[in-house]
Design a protein around this ligand. Structure first.
Ligand code: LLP
Length: 463
């Protein structure tokens, strides 16, 4: 590691060559439906609306920064996944993308199941009335307390992630006089084409039990031998923000091969296969995600074909989309505070939030879009970098985007596709107060997660 001084952060000197940036969009006022929630539109007077409410009045009522979530769009996407997978498959919404009690109720009403990965997510799900048997519990290091609560509450399945956990869950189930339905999470050796940090099925990472070297087969052997466990299937999750179905194809083929080996060795056909989540969404107009019905068709064809080849009955398929359901349904609304033009380079636009409400740009080099939403503008496009208010130069929300050159302090700008992994990964860095999530539907807006207050911060600080 270099110890020589460098100018305050690795990203300072990224002066990119001429022609690096894609051309500005033809119309800066246009809102690409691929990246904006379903009901978002710009009125003739130029103000953007969601669910029939103008962002200017929403900003007055709820303040900025804030996440506005299009409930109609959320329900439509949840339903589209449910319908696409039909009655022979299950859709588990991945709560880590964004979870609140309102969301749990919508999922319940729309017939989806829920994947949780912590005691906190489990508590949220149960407190909003999600039936426990529709909950799957994940995690690579679940605590004894979490396992106990999951079993006591009657969760539909626990996804076992390690050899230790096989014994741990069996032991706790037995001591509670229960037999817990479980799946085993395997790593199939696929590296999905995505950012290195969020690809999970290659073997050199913390999740799951490798198929390689007969490890997964050994895990099955051990799980089948324990009275406290009812092994119902195999789970695989290969990564995030994936567009290419080839990774799922390889994963399904390898999981089915394991099912065939289990049948040959134990005479048992495990009835379930879960292919995880990870389906990509459009963050910018360049992204082309697949529709749920195409994904459902592709996955079911792959599994059916592989099972026929292995002379296995087709297992019940489940999937765990998080981002693909909630991601596109929300945008973050910010107020512009300061503007700093750097001649010939770019213009820094500082907003009233930043890496505390969207860490994804700093963490994964994620790309986002942005638009001026409080008014329309005919001004020339300017190359902008939208940055936050944190004491850190890597505090970037949108690295490169075009905004109108007449942008001014007090204007409202919005970053679309922030429904997933933004509020759920929000922090209190610099003692920022985490923004609210406001659900908007049919002209009505209501807070579903309120804005944090200084009292909230001070309540944790016991002095
Ligand atoms: N199932 C399992 C077992 C997972 O680990 C995940 C995501 C999902 C489902 C849902 O994946 P989705 O469909 O939402 O991509 N914080 C990162 C993503 C990490 C996701 C971890 N697991 C991000 O902001 O992109």
């Amino acid at each position: 590691m270099s110890r020589s001084a460098h100018p305050a952060g690795p990203r300072h000197a990224d002066v990119l060559p001429e022609g690096h940036y894609s051309a500005p969009p033809a119309d800066l006022n246009a809102l690409d439906p691929k990246v904006w929630a379903q009901t978002v539109t710009r009125t003739p007077d130029g103000v953007v609306t969601v669910g029939g409410r103008e962002v200017t009045e929403l900003a007055e009522e709820f303040g900025t920064p804030a996440y506005f979530l299009d409930e109609t769009d959320f329900r439509a996407r949840a339903r589209a996944w449910r319908t696409a997978f039909g009655h022979d498959a299950d859709v588990f919404y991945a709560g880590k993308a964004f979870l609140s009690r309102a969301v749990v109720r919508w999922l319940h009403e729309e017939g989806l199941n829920l994947d949780v990965c912590s005691g906190g997510e489990l508590a949220t799900a149960l407190s909003a009335g999600m039936p426990a048997d529709r909950i799957a519990f994940h995690g690579n290091n679940k605590s004894t307390d979490e396992i106990t609560k999951a079993i006591e509450s009657g969760v539909g399945r626990i996804v076992l992630d390690s050899f230790q956990e096989i014994v741990r869950v069996a032991h706790i189930a037995e001591s509670l006089g229960k037999r817990q339905r479980v799946q085993i999470r395997v790593t199939v050796g696929v590296e999905a084409h995505t950012h290195e940090f969020i690809a999970t099925a290659h073997e050199d990472q913390k999740f799951g039990i490798a198929l390689a070297d007969g490890q997964a087969a050994e895990a099955v052997r051990r799980a089948l031998a324990l009275d406290g466990l009812e092994l119902v299937g195999i789970h695989s999750h290969i990564g995030s923000q994936i567009f290419d179905m080839a990774g799922f194809e390889v994963a399904a083929r390898r999981v089915v091969k394991l099912l065939a080996e289990v049948r040959d060795e134990h005479g048992v056909e495990l009835p379930e296969i879960d292919l995880g989540g990870g389906l990509g969404i459009a963050y910018t107009s360049e992204d082309d995600p697949r529709e749920p019905h195409e994904i459902a068709k592709a996955l079911s064809e792959i599994v059916t074909r592989e099972c026929e080849a292995a002379r296995l009955g087709t297992p019940r398929i489940s999937v765990e989309p998080g981002r693909a359901i909630v991601g596109p349904t929300a945008f973050t609304l910010y107020e512009v505070g300061t503007i700093k033009p750097l001649d010939g380079l770019r213009t820094y636009v500082s907003v009233d939030g930043g890496m505390s409400d969207n860490i994804r740009t700093a963490l994964y080099d994620a790309e986002y879009s942005v638009a001026l939403v409080s008014r329309a503008s005919d001004a020339e496009p300017m190359l902008a970098r939208v940055v936050g208010k944190h004491c850190e130069s890597g505090d970037i929300v949108v690295r490169d985007a075009f905004l109108p050159a007449d942008l001014a302090p007090g204007d409202l700008i919005a970053v679309p596709a922030t429904g997933a992994y933004c509020r759920s990964m929000a922090s209190n860095y610099n003692h920022a107060l985490r923004p609210p999530v406001v659900a908007v539907r049919d002209g009505e807006a209501r807070t579903i997660v309120r804005r944090e207050t200084e009292e909230d911060l001070l309540r944790l600080d016991v002095g």
